[in-house]
Design a protein around this ligand. Structure first.
Ligand SMILES: Cc1ncc(COP(=O)(O)O)c(C=O)c1O
Length: 392
């Protein structure tokens, strides 16, 4: 059966493709299939388009204060999807998750202070820590039976050595696709409590969890984590709304909440755009059925990639969540000095993310975004296999 996700879209009407072209140093993208940046090639659901069209028809875009129904829609979604009952008072709306992360880092630390991350991880974590003149401390994830695990011994060592009081955590994990288990999270929760650490938990991928796994919000692990964590969320990955900008954080502790709010005010930023808030409410109130269908489609895309790449030197880390596949290419013979990204662009005309951008442990891997139509993915896989074959 043909699904709405099967329809390939040309996105060149907007500046996006131009940006791609600039990056690859060519006049145009040509036939390159871009599977790198973490957004989707799918149209946002009709319920959101209708809400945005209503907003457009209203035609007044003056200052906007999110009304209580936006906050209620978030609480409803979090309860239904994550089984976590929150008070709407705990929510602060923001333009983007990375804006929220920066506000949280500034609220919790001062210049020179350490912030610990588990690498490899979303590359902008390193950027915002460095650009805000904090010291990045890395605990490298351990590859264990083909998936990443936190190395708790190393974590404790780094915490002691660097006197870490803040952790920036990615849950579920980009790029490894881990949905951390309750056991793992409880271990982390015990360590953060033991050392009096506060956690900024980026849970932007929380909705993308495949069968057999469950996302557990970091705040829900203990009374300590409830009082000492900042949960960052957004509907922008789930409903493909990144450029509209609407995100937020959930902070049960009132003093922390005020500190994060004040950092926003310091920067003259007060919240999401009106379109971001309108889209968010429509998504959380009525987007559930669309999202469930999307998740099934993505799951089939993952199965397709795993089937097509099995028996090749490319080893896919089976994802428990997210639409990003982390692929081990260390057995692929490529000329020395050449990046994996340029190998795949030149030989396969497929654009993937270079693993080393994700920090320690990322070398030799690529990240592939599979949130695209099946036909686009099939074409990309054909090309990748043929490039791999000819590299032998
Ligand atoms: C873990 C993680 N956090 C944050 C972001 C970016 O979110 P935003 O555009 O809301 O800043 C991404 C995007 O890929 C991500 O993967």
């Amino acid at each position: 059966m043909i699904s709405e996700f099967d329809k390939p879209f040309k996105r060149s009407r907007f500046v996006y493709i131009k940006e791609y072209s600039k990056l690859i140093g060519k006049e145009s993208l040509g036939d390159i299939i871009p599977l790198w940046v973490a957004d989707m090639d799918f149209k946002t659901p009709q319920v959101i388009l209708d809400a945005l069209q209503d907003l457009g028809a209203h035609g007044i875009f003056g200052y906007y204060v999110p009304n209580p129904s936006v906050l209620e829609s978030i609480a409803k979604w979090i309860l239904e999807r994550q089984n976590w009952e929150i008070s709407t008072k705990w929510i602060r709306l923001t333009p983007t998750v990375m804006y929220t992360v920066v506000s949280a880092i500034r609220a919790l630390t001062k210049e020179g202070d350490p912030v610990l991350v588990f690498q490899p991880v979303y590359s902008h974590f390193a950027d915002v820590i460095h650009e805000n003149h904090r010291k990045m401390v890395v605990s490298e994830l351990r590859l264990q039976n083909g998936r990443y695990e936190m190395d708790f011994e190393d974590l404790e060592k780094k915490i002691r050595e660097e006197n870490v009081k803040t952790i920036l955590f990615c849950s579920p994990h980009n790029p490894g696709g881990r949905v951390w288990t309750k056991d793992e999270l409880l271990k982390l929760a015990a360590i953060v409590e033991k050392f009096g650490i506060r956690v900024i938990s980026d849970e932007i991928h929380a909705d993308f969890v495949y069968s057999g796994h469950r996302h557990i919000p970091f705040c829900t692990l203990s009374e300590y984590t409830k009082e000492n964590s900042i949960i960052c969320f957004a509907p922008t990955k789930s409903f493909n709304l990144a450029a509209i900008q609407g995100a937020g954080c959930i902070i049960p502790n009132p003093a922390l909440r005020t500190a994060v709010k004040n950092c926003g005010y310091q920067n003259g930023v007060y919240g999401p755009s009106i379109a971001g808030a309108v889209a968010m409410e429509a998504a959380y109130r009525s987007g559930g059925p669309w999202f469930n269908a999307l998740l099934k489609y993505l799951d089939q895309n993952i199965q397709l990639v795993e089937k097509e790449l099995s028996g090749t030197p490319l080893h896919v880390m089976h994802p428990e969540g997210t639409y990003l596949l982390w692929i081990d290419c260390r057995e692929l013979p490529i000329p020395s000095g050449k990046s994996l990204q340029s190998f795949f662009i030149e030989k396969a005309h497929v654009w993937l993310s270079e693993g080393s951008e994700f920090g320690k442990g990322g070398e030799g891997f690529v990240r592939m975004n599979i949130a695209t139509s099946r036909s686009t993915l099939q074409e990309a896989l054909l090309r990748i296999k043929s490039a791999v074959h000819s590299s032998k």
